[in-house]
Design a protein around this ligand. Structure first.
Ligand SMILES: Cc1cc2nc3c(=O)[nH]c(=O)nc-3n(C[C@H](O)[C@H](O)[C@H](O)COP(=O)(O)OP(=O)(O)OC[C@H]3O[C@@H](n4cnc5c(N)ncnc54)[C@H](O)[C@@H]3O)c2cc1C
Length: 436
């Protein structure tokens, strides 16, 4: 189908009008699209929900929109695994799993992404005992750039590690099998704390809680922590969805206050620092019990651009102290809080937490603001601590930097040569990352 419609990623930073948009509804349709691209010498890029901040999903030629390729293919109750079509959205998964009494092991802070888009960029949540979403992959079926259909499962874990996180560079994932766990609820506690106290207890807070993260407005010496404890479903009474206290914390403060800050900060920039301190203080303590998905994910309605780096877990306090002094010295201000999380060692070759316990530090700028100076200052600190960029979030690293940061880089390039010899899946961003 020809298209004149402009496609844009979530933040609006990347826009493109693909020459054609295809909507495959089966593995056979995906294979046919790839065969055509090979025979006609075209480029092709699959998209999920367009929630990446980098240009990884930008398709100038053929865009493969997987939104008609959704739902459950198979359930293996004994192994607690489910096989999903590649276009399934994360928010569609909990109701599919609920009747089975199963749940995903972990999730990030939103659920709008597609499952294959999320795993492809090494999307993660928080929790030092939990890897990224790629670690939940127990099998994939992908159609590569030669037209071959490749199926890998957990009977060969070393082979699977090559395909847990792929950036969509080896092929289009038609189906993904997830390793699930028994259903659980989360008891979520949010509370203000002192930054120094949290940095001093960073390791303790992560080793002694299932899921710990915190938000820091860069001008304030206070943070808001979010600590989530896994409990049996309905072991504690679930908090009603529309309880007023939740509405204030999640909607009014969590989103509308950000919007207010963004608007006011734009009009009177000098006020931003003071408003940020106010917002951290106003974001009071809250407790709620939710089923796993609703406990992890919240709506994010204010548009922003984001950079996030995976750094060695133990280096997080030092990095944040360094950022604090850089922000002060340069007078840098942000209307969005930094988000700081942790994850277990991952085995996926292109996982950002490959081979090391990881801390994640994310920095944001409202979509209408110039992010370049702020992100560049943060990136120089992350780089100096052997940081690896989130594949779906803004960064300036190229293949030379990345080769130093990924042990299996040469083997990854070989895999790409084998699976996509004609480079039908490439675009500007993949050329930046892989060098050609
Ligand atoms: C508000 C917001 C909150 C976020 N929160 C988090 C978070 O908590 N943690 C985190 O780690 N990240 C987070 N992200 C980043 C987001 O999870 C990733 O960028 C993710 O890749 C987006 O998924 P998507 O479905 O939109 O994929 P897209 O952005 O559409 O695509 C991502 C990549 O996957 C490829 N791809 C898509 N489908 C396939 C397929 N079937 N086969 C092969 N390749 C494919 C695309 O070509 C592209 O390279 C957030 C982003 C936003 C906008």
């Amino acid at each position: 189908m020809n298209s004149k419609a402009v496609w844009s990623n979530w933040s609006g930073a990347h826009q493109v009008t693909p020459k054609q948009v295809l909507h495959p509804a089966s593995t056979a349709d995906i294979s046919a699209a790839i065969e055509t691209a090979i025979s006609q010498g075209r480029k092709l890029r699959p998209i999920g929900s367009g929630h990446s901040f980098t240009g990884c999903a930008v398709a100038a030629d053929t865009q493969l929109d997987l939104s008609r390729h959704q739902g459950v293919v198979a359930v293996n109750a004994e192994k607690k695994q489910v096989t999903l079509r590649g276009g399934t959205k994360l928010w569609q998964i909990p109701p599919l799993l609920a009747p089975l009494g199963l749940a995903m092991q972990n999730l990030g802070d939103i659920n709008r992404q597609s499952i294959t888009g999320a795993i492809s960029t090494s999307t993660h949540g928080t929790g030092l005992s939990f890897g990224g979403l790629g670690s939940q992959v127990a099998g994939v079926k992908l159609i590569d750039g030669t037209g071959a259909e490749i199926t890998i499962d957990d009977s060969d874990p070393e082979e699977l590690d090559k395909y847990r996180v792929t950036l969509g560079t080896y092929g289009v994932i038609s189906e993904v099998t997830l390793q699930l766990v028994d259903d659980y609820d989360l008891k979520v506690v949010e509370r203000p704390e002192s930054l120094d106290l949290v940095l001093g207890s960073w390791e303790h807070l992560n080793r002694n809680n299932d899921h710990f993260e915190f938000f820091w407005f860069a001008e304030a010496d206070r943070v808001v922590t979010k600590t989530s404890t896994r409990v049996q479903p309905n072991e504690l009474p679930r908090t009603p969805d529309r309880r007023v206290a939740d509405f204030i914390n999640e909607e009014l403060i969590g989103n509308a206050a950000f919007a207010g800050l963004v608007g006011v900060g734009r009009l009177i920039p000098g006020f931003t620092g003071r408003l940020n301190s106010f917002a951290t203080a106003a974001w009071g303590s809250s407790e709620r019990v939710r089923n796993w998905s609703a406990g992890f994910a919240s709506p994010r309605r204010v548009k922003f651009n984001e950079m996030e780096y995976a750094v060695p877990f133990a280096a997080v306090p030092e990095i944040l102290r360094e950022l604090r002094s850089q922000f002060k010295r340069r007078g840098l201000v942000s209307t969005f809080p930094l988000e700081v999380r942790a994850a277990a060692v991952d085995t996926g070759w292109l996982a950002t937490s490959y081979g090391r316990e990881t801390g994640y530090i994310a920095v944001h700028k409202p979509a209408h603001e110039d992010y370049r100076e702020y992100f560049a200052v943060c990136e120089s600190v992350f780089k100096a601590h052997s940081g690896r960029p989130h594949w779906g979030k803004m960064h300036s690293l190229t293949d030379t930097d990345l080769a130093e940061r990924y042990d299996r880089w040469d083997a990854i390039l070989e895999l790409r040569n084998r699976h996509d010899p004609h480079r039908i899946f490439t675009n500007k961003y993949l050329t930046q990352v892989f060098g050609y």
